[in-house]
Write a protein that binds this ligand. Structure first.
Ligand code: ZN
Length: 591
């Protein structure tokens, strides 16, 4: 049986045209005709993205001889039978500046393996070797990845260089994204394990020292949380270091988790500047994102739904559990900022209040459960439109409130002897710790309630079924009262409201969403309508200008709104309401 590694090479050969050239060499291809394919989706982002559509050219050679390659599906090809090594060469267009794809230009290159590395069917278990080739120009680029260096010389001396890397199998190869270029880099140890912060983009006077101090605290808090005795970092099963690779632009936000790294997008304005005593307001958001993706190193990358072990990247895979994976991560991301001392209790309660407000302000929470939202992630959460706030609930935000409700319920039922922390640690011990070392079992769809009982001795099945399978709100007011915290809702603003979400489109203000049962809905306005005037005064193209117009009126007053629908001018009589959008305030009650 063949055990020779599968060989890949990747060359950024056309920076201005955004093209990588990739070769795949299979030493012992299938005698019946080797099948190769590119994943249809990338783990962690539940949408079929058809990465293969960016393959511009593809050809197969058996030794030196060109052989036929037949397309047999959206993402797959079959090569003509070949005795001896089969080499397939592709060129891939890479101009998707997101954490999910691949991007190449004169300033840097970034790619996920799911965008560039073909899978050799039947050989997925074999080790992979990657030869990473530098661009001809510029000549000073370095490489940043959690993929392990291979070939001659010690990994340490060849760190950040072009050349050979290795992965234990195809699943690992596509789970270590690679950044190349001349980024700003900082390094730190957390619980003795090496971490790298890599920032790509033009970011003058980036305060790397401050970021390093804060991120180190977050990482240490999380490592000690999951491994209170050993303080062992989770990624050492797959890599020698963890890499945060952040692409910085004027305005962006997002992240995607991997087994020993994360790809992030951040806004320049959210990052601290050397010499400025106070960090920008958005810095907390950036740290929250870092905390979120790092938490996924345990929870999603190792503890995962059974249906994701292993991933089937050829088609959608459904689970009703994303509320546990994204929701609980969204609960712990901010909580870890508090526990690590990066933010104080007051800031934490304010973040929690915002999360509660976000859930309570979307009418869709009365229509969809988080279990259904998880299952339908592929077709609904990841394909949002103007009506989504009326129709969907987010398994992230409501999932985080369920985690909060569960945490408070367990604490109160056990007189603070147990908490959700015990559940997370049991999940880790049972499904996560040995995931890449052993059998790789995931969490079965029905196993969670039993696991909570085992971890805490509390039966929460009736509460959980209610919160997860129905559209009931989590009774947070009652639960917080037991903790000496008051929860109050008030209208988001004192101004009268149309109960719409607006967006600027060119020089016009468009209704992005008309909230169900709100003032605009009752009057007959629709999403996509372009606001023209309110009581004869022109609506300028900014949300603030709309507020200024509304300020001249009272709740309960009826105004005449002119709006274009398509190119037809329509008139509506709108009875202004108090905003349906609510703000949640959490306050400690002093006895
Ligand atoms: Zn996440």
């Amino acid at each position: 049986m063949n055990t020779k590694p599968i060989l890949y090479s990747l060359e950024p050969f056309d920076l201005a045209g955004h093209r990588f050239r990739i070769t795949l060499t299979i030493p012992a291809p299938s005698a019946k005709g080797q099948i190769v394919s590119l994943p249809a989706w990338i783990p962690g982002s539940y949408l079929v993205r058809d990465f293969a559509r960016q393959i511009e050219t593809i050809e197969a050679r058996c030794g030196a001889k060109k052989i036929a390659l037949t397309k047999i599906g959206n993402h797959s090809w079959r090569a003509a039978p070949c005795t001896g090594a089969l080499t397939i060469t592709t060129t891939v267009y890479a101009y998707d500046l997101s954490v999910r794809g691949a991007h190449l230009d004169q300033t840097h290159g970034f790619f996920n393996g799911t965008s560039v590395f073909l899978r050799a069917h039947g050989h997925e278990h074999l080790a992979c070797e990657l030869n990473l080739l530098p661009p001809v120009r510029p000549t000073r680029w370095s490489v940043f990845t959690s993929l392990i260096e291979a070939g001659r010389g010690s990994a340490k001396t060849r760190r950040h260089g072009f050349g050979k890397y290795r992965a234990e199998n195809y699943d690992a190869l596509i789970d270590h994204p690679i950044e190349m270029g001349t980024p700003q880099v900082a390094r730190f140890l957390a619980c003795g394990a090496e971490h790298e912060l890599v920032f790509t983009g033009n970011i003058p006077n980036l305060d790397l020292k401050r970021i390093t101090q804060d991120v180190k605290k977050i990482c240490e808090a999380q490592i000690k949380f999951f491994e209170p005795e050993t303080h062992l970092a989770p990624f050492l099963d797959s890599a020698t270091r963890y890499v945060f690779m952040t692409m910085v632009t004027g305005d962006s936000y997002g992240g995607l988790e991997h087994r020993a790294s994360t790809a992030l997008m951040a806004s320049r304005k959210d990052l601290p500047v050397i010499g400025q005593e106070k960090a920008p307001a958005g810095y907390e958001t950036f740290l929250g994102l870092v905390s979120h993706e790092y938490f996924h190193t345990w929870h999603v990358k190792r503890i995962k739904p059974a249906v994701f072990a292993p991933y089937d990247l050829t088609r959608e895979t459904h689970t009703r559990l994303l509320w546990i994976f994204e929701g609980f991560t969204s609960y712990y991301d901010d909580l870890m900022l508090l526990r690590s001392g990066v933010i104080d209790r007051k800031s934490y309660l304010s973040l929690l209040g915002k999360q509660i407000s976000a859930v309570w302000s979307a009418p869709g929470r009365h229509k969809q459960s988080v279990a259904d939202s998880s299952f339908d992630a592929w077709t609904r959460y990841y394909k949002q439109d103007e009506n989504s706030p009326n129709a969907l609930v987010s398994y992230y935000t409501k999932g985080s409130l369920i985690a909060l409700g569960l945490d408070l319920t367990i604490r109160q039922a056990t007189q603070d002897q147990h908490s959700l922390d015990d559940v997370m640690r049991l999940l880790w011990q049972r499904y996560g710790r040995d995931f890449y070392l052993g059998a790789g079992q995931g969490l079965p769809e029905q196993a969670f309630v039993k696991l909570v009982r085992e971890a805490c001795g509390v039966d929460i099945s009736s509460e959980l079924t209610h919160w997860v399978e129905s559209t009931e709100d989590v009774p947070l007011k009652k639960l917080f009262a037991g903790q000496g915290i008051s929860l109050t809702f008030k209208s988001a603003s004192k101004l009268p409201s149309l109960d719409v979400r607006v967006r600027k489109q060119g020089e016009q203000l468009v209704l992005a969403t008309v909230l169900e049962h709100g003032a605009a809905h009752q009057a007959g306005l629709s999403a996509m309508d372009t606001l023209v005037a309110i009581n004869g005064l022109r609506v300028e193209a900014s949300p603030a200008a709309l507020d200024t117009l509304l300020e001249r009126h009272q709740v309960g007053e009826t105004v005449v709104v002119h709006a274009f629908r398509r190119d037809e001018l329509l008139e509506f009589k709108v009875r202004l309401a108090s905003p349906a959008t609510l703000t949640c305030e959490l306050k400690e009650v002093t006895a």
